[in-house]
Design a protein around this ligand. Structure first.
Ligand SMILES: [Zn+2]
Length: 211
């Protein structure tokens, strides 16, 4: 039931975002949260695809303009740019998808922000994929202590992402959604969990990736 409420909240927000013009979060120009010119300025980045993924789509490098874009969304809480970001990412996925699965936020991130950027982005992307696949919260996160208290080894291992108890089969082709990729261990862990539960094709989209 909690999931249904989340979907409704997300839908209301999406409708508001589409019907109202928002200034570009990077330059202030009238747009839908991110203007055409600033989108062109985003750094393209080449990163290795994490283990277990059939495809990785990255909108921008996590530096300069890309870092500021993520800061505006995650830390300032500007959600409007997620609409054009979703359009760009969904357009790059050239294969049928059965379910879209957001990477769950850490408990501390959720406490700080009060919302989960990957879950919102996943809902927007699912609406733009052929057949409008369902958004499924198939993964549950068990944090290995706090980020600051972690050793470098633990950070490289990434969070422990387990199959959500009670989740049914979600189909063979899954698209993972996250905001920032650093080492790629989070996506690799998620892919391993999904493959252990019958998913055979795992792809991922992220807003920004560290080069
Ligand atoms: Zn702009």
């Amino acid at each position: 039931m909690v999931e249904d409420m989340t979907v409704l909240t997300v839908r209301r927000w999406i409708d508001a975002a589409i019907s109202v013009d928002h200034p570009c979060v990077l330059c202030g120009a009238p747009s839908r949260g991110l203007c055409e010119a600033c989108a062109q300025d985003l750094d393209r980045v080449e990163v290795a695809t994490p283990a277990g993924l059939d495809q990785l789509v990255v909108l921008t490098g996590y530096a300069d303009v890309g870092r500021e874009l993520v800061r505006q969304v995650k830390l300032v809480g500007r959600r409007a740019p997620l609409v054009p970001i979703a359009t760009a990412l969904a357009g790059a996925v050239q294969t049928p998808i059965d379910a879209v699965v957001p990477i769950p936020s850490s408990r501390s991130g959720l406490r700080t922000r009060g919302w989960e950027p990957p879950a919102h982005l996943a809902a927007l992307i699912a609406r733009q994929l052929p057949g409008r696949p369902a958004v499924r919260t198939a993964l549950v996160r068990r944090d290995r202590g706090t980020q600051h208290g972690q050793s470098r080894v633990h950070r490289l291992e990434g969070p422990d992402l387990r199959w959500q108890p009670g989740s049914r089969s979600i189909g063979a082709r899954v698209l993972l959604v996250d905001d920032v990729m650093t080492t790629g261990s989070t996506l690799a862990n998620a892919a391993a969990t999904l493959r252990a539960h019958g998913v055979s094709d795992v792809r991922a989209v992220v807003i920004a990736a560290a080069p």
